[in-house]
Write a protein that binds this ligand. Sequence first.
Ligand code: FES
Length: 552
Amino acid sequence: MAVTLTINGQSIEAAGGESLFDLAEAMSIDVPTSCRKQGKCKECLVEVVEGMDLLSALAEPERHLKGNFRLSCQACVAATDGHVRCHTMRRGHMVIERHAFGLPVGNQALKLDPAVTRDGDRILIDGVEVERSTGPILGIAMDLGTTTVVLRLVDLESGELIADTSFENPQRFGGSEVMSRIAYDTDHPGRLLMRTLAGYLTHAIEKFPVDPKSIYEMVVVGNSTMRDLFFRKSVYSIGQTPYQSITEIEMAEGKRTTTSLVQTGLQSLLPIHPKARVYGAPIISGHVGADAAACMLAVDLTHEERLVAVMDIGTNTELILGNKHRILAASCPAGPAFEGGAIACGMPALDGAIEEVAIADDGAVSLKVIGNVQPAGICGSGLVDAMSELLRTGRMNDMGRFEDDVQRVTLYHGERPGEDADVFLLESDVNELAQAKGANVAGLHAVFSSYGIDFDDIDVFYLAGGFGRHLNIEASKRIGLVPSLDSTKIVQAGNTAIEGATIALLSKAKRMELEELVKRVEHCRLETHPEFFNFFVEGCQFKPVEPIPCAK
Ligand code: FES
């Protein structure tokens, strides 16, 4: 008898006593580490999805972990029979877009004006010498999402993209959404969340095909919690009403003039130049963070005459509405369901994820799978398709109930002997997705009604983010994830937050523009909107989102 261990889809037989790290190494699976199995770096995280009880008890270095997370160098196989399934926090190549799409032309003809410049062999940041070198001058733009981290490496002298990378945010061991991360950071002093992320960022930067010491500036965007955790600020106040970042509180008290943050490469615990400047873009207010601010820069709101909306669907959905004259912004706590979290067979947009689903009249299901491999789960765009098709073919009603009281709809029958390798959707999954959708729709109604306009008044509706880029628009309209707008008005723009961060990295003038822009935004506080709960209940139903009559 032996225990079968499956890590990142690869399997091995374990006699017992071996650590998960050793078994992963035997299969040539790359496990993040900086301490070589000493239990010190906390980077070798795995999420155990099956067979937790077949592993050794939690060891001392793992006391900070909860739920199904373990350190693979500490967790050993402690049984002689059964199946353990787990995955590392870097389980393969994530699909990322290299460029944004359909943005105004203004920013595409960006005038290079970086803060880091060269004078002979002197390298200067805002005119102050930081190094003597004739080597390249590079910078990093980072979108630090609750679920996903995206990095772009850019040549600051030519504006050229050199490399990019993306990985799951390893801070997920502290909870999948911002409120649980805040609670975790408050309960576990020692900045464990930041230190773990810094380890992953270090590995990512060291894999770039350049000398990390030639990286002199970094622009970081993310929601208020992710940004402040990165800069090792207390995030406690963001979790308590009135939900303010410590930088917002200090600004109101006259202790600072901007909510942006600056530290050195050394302070960031990253392998970039120690005197590099790491700039955290300003937040807007409350949970509406620097990622939303970067989106505004990317869509050139400062110069925009048309009425535009930006919706960046994620664990925290950002909403921006307006033009150069007036801007409203909100953040919706949608949770991780549309990024595959809290869904039985959910997974990020990695190889093996079902990304498209079609159901024929006879019930036959056809699938498109990322990487053209055997399906291992389903990602956000696949979930939207699946629900839309179940709705269209009458297999699910608009309350999210499956026909004939079934609890599970199988999308793919797996054929691994002795285990459930099916990919399926449970009614409880649909319920999670309904609530995530409800939060997004409630945010849309609250922002539009606060602005005093209907959906039809919009000239452009940008669907931002990697998820928004890959959505089937008709399916999204059918289930009521996006408003029932004329499709020609909807632009699937891709990751506008990383685009905005890149613009701020390449241009001091644009960075100043961003600092000014955030001061003009009105924060629409959803939690105090009188109709929010009604909007939410309405939004949980699977039916098209129609305008709510509003006072113009
Ligand atoms: S390898 Fe560093 S804690 Fe496990």
